[in-house]
Design a binder for this molecule. Structure first.
Ligand code: SF4
Length: 300
């Protein structure tokens, strides 16, 4: 893993220090709250100083190159910098279910999963705990940790924060959720999502390139973009998919997701209060094909 070199040169520890420094006026995501999380203040994501996780388990339900044959070591962080009205994980992301840990304890969960022979460690909704994850990684490497790192995020991120992950994250698995500001604000309270998101995925591609797998088809490094199709075309699929092809390349791996249902607060929003229809998903598949995107996954 590339982060092993950074560990041995001292660069990884330096990144930990720089990342924690950002908690003094937290600017880890585009909300730029400016709160002092080192002093116990909290911002929009409600995250404090110590990492909080909901689970750390072997998971087989990710995209095939991520799950592989032995599963992905999935660590769900509690809280989120988005407030998606339809979030299917809202007890974790919005109600903050989980347990508070120290970085050494988080490192212990990573090592335990490595002992279960998973292919990688997959941090889900990690953005607001970037410093704590880097600290846990530094501690875990000292005890023999050496698996690829998956950054499984909302894609609502700051490029300057992602730069701290350069040479550390092997596989980026971001969402591209919305094509316009008004929808991002109404559905996820995420001002400026499209612009921030596009800059973020561009930085991710710069760091890791397109997806590379081993002889068994297991991801070694690269970018996979997830796009959840919403009712009424609200996710902006017809804009986002051509944007990916034009700006990141037609070889970009895209996971076009169909599983929308009205969870959490969606029942109170007429445009979100129903399942996705087969016809709506078919339109998104047509947009994917028309854009010339060659790689990835569509659902039956
Ligand atoms: S990570 Fe949390 S506290 Fe920091 S800027 Fe984002 S929402 Fe605000």
């Amino acid at each position: 893993m590339r982060y092993l070199d950074l560990y041995h040169t001292g660069e990884l520890l330096q990144r930990v220090k720089v990342a924690y420094g950002r908690l003094r006026r937290c600017d880890l995501c585009p909300h730029l709250c400016g709160v002092d999380r080192m002093a116990g203040e909290t911002g929009i994501c409600r995250a404090g100083f110590k990492p909080r996780i909901a689970s750390a388990t072997l998971h087989r339900g990710e995209e095939p190159p991520v799950s592989g044959s032995r599963g992905s070591g999935t660590i769900f962080l509690s809280g989120c910098s988005l407030a998606c009205r339809f979030c299917q994980n809202f007890p974790i992301s919005q109600l903050d279910n989980g347990e508070e840990l120290t970085p050494p304890a988080l490192a212990g969960r990573m090592l335990r999963l490595q002992g279960q022979k998973v292919h990688n460690i997959n941090f889900v909704t990690p953005t607001h705990y970037l410093p704590q994850i880097l600290a846990a990684l530094w501690l875990a490497v000292g005890k023999g940790f050496n698996l690829p790192i998956v950054w499984n995020s909302s894609g609502y991120e700051e490029v300057h924060a992602l730069e701290l992950l350069d040479g550390i994250v092997d596989i980026y698995l971001p969402d591209m959720k919305y094509g316009d500001d008004a929808t991002a604000l109404a559905f996820s309270s995420a001002p400026g999502y499209p612009e921030a998101n596009r800059a973020a995925v561009g930085e991710m591609l710069r760091q890791v390139g397109h997806l590379e797998t081993d002889d068994d088809g297991v991801a070694q490094k690269g970018l996979i973009i997830r796009h959840l199709v919403l009712p009424e075309g609200a996710a902006g699929s017809s804009e986002i998919l051509p944007w990916i092809a034009r700006n990141l390349g037609v070889e970009t791996h895209v996971s076009l997701m169909k599983q929308y249902f009205p969870a959490h607060l969606a029942s109170g929003m007429p445009e979100l209060n129903r399942k996705l229809t087969d016809g709506e998903y078919a339109l998104a598949v047509e947009a994917l094909e028309a854009a010339g995107l060659e790689n990835g996954w569509v659902q039956e």
